[in-house]
Design a protein around this ligand. Structure first.
Ligand SMILES: Nc1ncnc2c1ncn2[C@@H]1O[C@H](COP(=O)(O)OP(=O)(O)OP(=O)(O)O)[C@@H](O)[C@H]1O
Ligand SMILES: [Mg+2]
Length: 581
């Protein structure tokens, strides 16, 4: 399509296609100036159509050469019948000169292609590209966002997992704590039950022992006295010997029962346990035999304890004999001493243990060991796994009683088939050692002529004691009760050298009686005799230093030698104190 322009840019010709494309008619435009007909779109402030076209036409006029223009936006006025205004159009124009004679420019052919559709398409495409790009960047952003979120979620998950793990481990730890606490509780309940059981049995045993000691005093004393009367070849002497043996055995049992019930009268000394171990060493090797190797691990600078040396010897012997019996085909036996501190944790885990400084005496063997059921019962009196006649089951209950009465504690560790350790802990004591192994009891004369006030509520016991003393030459005043004794003391005109009194009597105990008589007759010697200790008396701290004690059951020998010792003022250091913890 084209326009034909005169050099003054008046439209002089037009093609049909041009008229259609520009929505004009030939009549409307012929003879009119190009830019009158086609002005710039006044609504498009950036419109450059007119100026660009003018420049191109001026170039053609000037150089008389065709001028191809770049695609132009050149909006076309819409006729009013079509709604008026301008319509966006894009054109690709070429302006060519038509030269006449003498190269004179006669016309300019303004040829155009309407590329509006094309441009629109292109625009659309670039729009689409833009959208695609935008979408792509949006997608990229979204991807990045998703990635970021995913990472956040992962991180959150990780934290969650961590927290969960921590929580789980906390729950686990707490559960373990609880289990431990439960286990500890169960153990202490078990220990408490055990100790209550032993306590009850102990009280029973103590009560029985009290009566037995009186009966045994009578049996042993009369059979002894009777044997003095009989001639050496008399047939009855052998029978009597059997009675005495049975009596002594019964006295042994009673003593063990008392030990268990912690009602023995203890002869407390400051001791070095290493010395005790040393003093029984010889005896130990004798009872152990050749198949058992004895090892001593004695701590140097061992702290002292306050205990009854004879009792501690017995503890050691009983533990050693048990260890020997647990190793019928031989093995290793270890005796160990050590200074130990039992701490709060130990005290918490072991019922009845107070924390503090102790001296440990342990006996270990690698013998048959014990299962839990046996371990739970070993300290019970008369519990034995040994065949009939081999064991009485009083060994460990004696040990238990002695250790407890000495303020100590005992624990055992045992595994069937591996061995056993018994550990006894005695509280540390301050002071100088006041005991050393003695070569044997001193022999003393057992006769005398002094006056003795004998107070005993058990008729048979009083009678036999009086008989023994009279036979030994003494003048004996008898009283069946403290009241009667006070009366005798008041009424007797001459000196009474010795008060020999039972401790446990109704109404007034031996101690109170001794105080009354002691104040009436200053300088009178006093011997207490008893088969066991009694709470009332111990609480009042009876039998301090300077008082003497005769253990029931007595025999003519033990009675007369104690009386002689005390009258002679030989207060053996061994004279006892009532002690109970
Ligand atoms: N070292 C040990 N190894 C294995 N078992 C032991 C050990 N010590 C004690 N026992 C067990 O404990 C039980 C009780 O011991 P205990 O010393 O009280 O009595 P016993 O030795 O049987 O008799 P007794 O000591 O009166 O002669 C024993 O029968 C034995 O079963
Ligand atoms: Mg034993």
């Amino acid at each position: 399509m084209y326009l034909v322009l005169a050099p003054d840019l008046t439209i002089v010709g037009v093609s049909e296609a041009y008229l259609r494309a520009t929505m004009t008619t030939r009549a409307q435009i012929l003879g009119r100036g190009l830019f009158d007909v086609f002005p710039d779109n006044p609504d498009d402030s950036t419109a450059t159509g007119v100026s660009n076209l003018r420049s191109s036409l001026e170039r053609v006029l000037k150089h008389r050469r065709p001028d191809a223009m770049a695609v132009q936006k050149y909006d076309i006025r819409r006729p009013d019948s079509e709604g008026g205004g301008f319509e966006e159009r894009h054109w690709s124009p070429v302006n060519s000169p038509i030269l006449g004679e003498g190269d004179q420019l006669r016309y300019i052919i303004h040829q155009v292609e309407d590329v509006t559709e094309f441009v629109r398409l292109k625009q659309q495409r670039s729009e689409q590209h833009k959208i695609a790009d935008e979408l792509r960047t949006r997608a990229g952003q979204m991807e990045a966002e998703i990635h970021r979120r995913a990472q956040e979620i992962q991180e959150a998950n990780r934290l969650l997992r961590e927290h969960q793990e921590e929580l789980e481990s906390r729950v686990e730890a707490r559960t373990a704590d609880l289990q431990q606490a439960n286990e500890a509780l169960r153990k202490s309940e078990e220990q408490l039950r055990q100790s209550q059981k032993l306590e009850a049995v102990g009280r029973l045993a103590g009560g029985i022992a009290h009566d037995f000691n009186n009966l045994l005093s009578v049996i042993l004393s009369y059979s002894d006295m009777l044997s003095y009367e009989l001639k050496p070849n008399e047939h009855a002497l052998a029978d009597l010997e059997e009675i005495k043996k049975a009596g002594r055995r019964a006295a042994d049992l009673t003593r063990q029962m008392l030990a268990f019930s912690r009602q023995q009268v203890l002869d407390l000394r400051i001791l070095d346990l290493n010395e005790i171990v040393g003093s029984v060493n010889k005896m130990l090797t004798r009872i152990l035999g050749e198949d058992i190797e004895l090892k001593m691990l004695l701590a140097p600078r061992l702290a002292k304890v306050k205990a009854d040396p004879g009792q501690i010897e017995q503890v050691l012997m009983n533990l050693v004999v048990n260890a020997r019996d647990a190793m019928p085909t031989g093995g290793n036996l270890t005796i160990e001493t050590a200074n130990v501190e039992l701490d709060v944790a130990y005290a918490r885990d072991h019922v009845g243990v107070t924390q503090g400084a102790y001296v440990m005496l342990a006996v270990s063997d690698n013998g048959v060991g014990m299962d839990k059921a046996i371990q739970a019962r070993v300290f019970e009196p008369f519990f034995t796994t040994k065949e009939l006649g081999k064991g009485t089951g009083l060994g460990l209950s004696t040990v238990f009683g002695i250790v407890k009465q000495s303020g100590g504690t005992i624990w055992l560790y045992s595994e069937p088939g591996i061995g056993t350790t018994f550990k006894t802990y005695l509280p540390r004591a301050e002071g100088k050692v006041d005991w050393s192994p003695s070569p044997g009891p001193p022999t003393v004369a057992i006769r005398g002529t002094e006056t003795i006030l004998l107070v005993e509520d058990e008729d048979q016991v009083r009678k036999v004691a009086s008989g023994i003393l009279k036979k030994a030459g003494y003048h004996v005043l008898e009283a069946t009760s403290p009241g009667e004794a006070l009366l005798v003391s008041e009424q007797h005109p001459v000196k009474i050298h010795l008060l020999l009194t039972d401790v446990v009597m109704p109404k007034m105990n031996g101690r109170q009686l001794a105080e009354r008589i002691g104040s009436m007759r200053p300088g009178i010697r006093i011997i207490f005799m008893s088969g066991y200790t009694d709470n009332v008396i111990i609480h009042h701290g009876v039998l301090d230093s300077g008082v003497s004690f005769l253990q029931k059951p007595f025999t003519p020998d033990s009675l007369s030698s104690k009386v002689r010792q005390v009258l002679d003022g030989v207060r053996r250091d061994g004279d006892a104190q009532f002690v109970r913890h």
